[in-house]
Ligand binder design. Structure first.
Ligand code: MG
Length: 397
């Protein structure tokens, strides 16, 4: 961070493209999922969370309002503006929207680069502070040749002098805005990045270190690579188990997996005695090595009396999210002679999947009797056993 009065730093996320090269889907590529999360949301998460950034302005296509609001939910961002027919026009729309806020520095980033890091954003800001126009660049490892229309090689370019450039590109705000306005006046709309426009406007553009992982997702092959990258990022796989038991008492229904099942007795407990959700909660907390349901929700605390147990499970689910992780699978086994679980299996799976925010295909509910042996066999209560598999980012402890 430079000393002196704090500069106002803004970012424009360019997300107005139609992305037709990414495959047959009619959903623009920036709204397609990468590793289970919408690509634009991944990109926005980085920029919304960057402490150096005061303003984040997204530029979208007019057809994508609903998709945008779903992708940006919960983030503190400026209202989106609609882009133009070209990338350049879209960036200009973003700059014009930011002009009222008078930022000192602006970063321009493509939504289709969801793997940029906070370190790269920080480098971009530092570089723009020092030089007024800076772009992330990587040395080129392939030999690059110039070919004619027939594919015949005309020239081998000097590799040491070549760079592959990325976004975020970072600029002093006013000069970049002026350059975009000049380009509009002079009917130049063919610049493929802001550096090219800045060069045309006579600005000196410098480079800073880009990131090999900061790939631009364009083709189906890029999506496959991105998928592999997200799996690798969440490759720290943890497993937790949870066990719970509740005894029967007078009543006419039991709560299992968040649903009510008619029965000749109810389960006794401080909360709603949902033995299934309690076991799942402990399994998730176990996977995180983060205490157990009793340490987070002590039975001595009156506020949990008759509590609906979905809040316990939701708490554990939120703990996974706080760690940047993802629930890969929940597996539950219920042991009782009665009631029969089978007829309610899919309703329970649906209920658990909803609370956990995961697909129903990632929730298993199984049931067994204990052959009339033990307390479950004697019909004194219900036991539940759960296993949770959680993927965490590497580097966590
Ligand atoms: Mg319990």
């Amino acid at each position: 961070m430079a000393s002196g009065p704090r500069e106002k730093v803004a970012a424009i996320i360019v997300a107005a493209g139609r992305g037709t090269r990414a495959g047959a889907s009619d959903v623009p590529k920036q709204f397609r999922a990468v590793g289970g999360e919408v690509m634009l949301r991944r990109t926005l998460a980085l920029f919304a969370g960057a402490r150096e950034l005061e303003l984040v302005q997204t530029v979208i296509h007019a057809d994508d309002d609903a998709r945008y609001h779903a992708a940006a939910k919960g983030f503190d961002l400026l209202p989106p503006v609609h882009g133009g027919a070209t990338r350049q026009a879209s960036v200009r729309a973003g700059l014009e929207a930011l002009a009222a806020h008078a930022p000192d520095i602006v970063l321009i980033h493509d939504a289709a680069r969801p793997f940029a890091t906070a370190a790269l954003v920080a480098r971009a800001i530092d570089a723009a502070r020092q030089t007024g126009a800076a772009i992330p660049a990587l040395a080129v490892t392939d030999t690059i040749k110039r070919v004619d229309e027939g594919g015949h090689v005309g020239e081998t370019l000097e590799r040491a002098m070549l760079r592959a450039v990325q976004t975020p590109q970072a600029f002093a705000f006013q000069p970049l805005l002026a350059a975009h306005r000049n380009a509009l006046r002079e009917r130049r709309d063919d610049f493929t990045d802001d550096a090219a426009l800045a060069e045309w406007a006579g600005m000196t553009v410098t480079t800073f270190a880009g990131e090999p992982g900061n790939i631009k997702i364009t083709n189906p092959e890029d999506f496959m690579r991105a998928e592999a990258m997200t799996m690798d990022q969440l490759g720290d796989i943890r497993t937790g188990t949870g066990i719970d038991v509740h005894a029967f008492s007078l009543g006419d229904h039991v709560i299992l997996g968040g649903i009510s099942i008619p029965h000749s007795e109810s389960l006794r407990g401080h909360s709603d005695a949902d033995v299934a959700l309690h076991a799942l909660t402990d399994a998730l907390l176990g996977a995180l090595a983060n205490g157990d349901i009793g340490s987070h929700f002590p039975p001595s605390d009156e506020q949990w009396r008759n509590a609906s147990s979905d809040r316990f499970l939701k708490f554990a689910v939120d703990q996974v999210a706080v760690r940047g992780g993802r629930i890969a699978h929940l597996d539950l086994t219920i042991v009782c002679e009665a009631p029969k679980i089978g007829p309610h299996r899919d309703a329970m799976r649906e209920s658990i999947a909803r609370i956990a925010g995961i697909d129903i295909g990632r929730v298993a509910v199984k049931a067994t009797t204990s052959e009339r042996l033990g307390f479950t066999g004697r019909g004194e209560g219900i036991a539940a056993y759960a296993t949770a598999t959680v993927r965490l980012p590497w580097g966590e402890t």
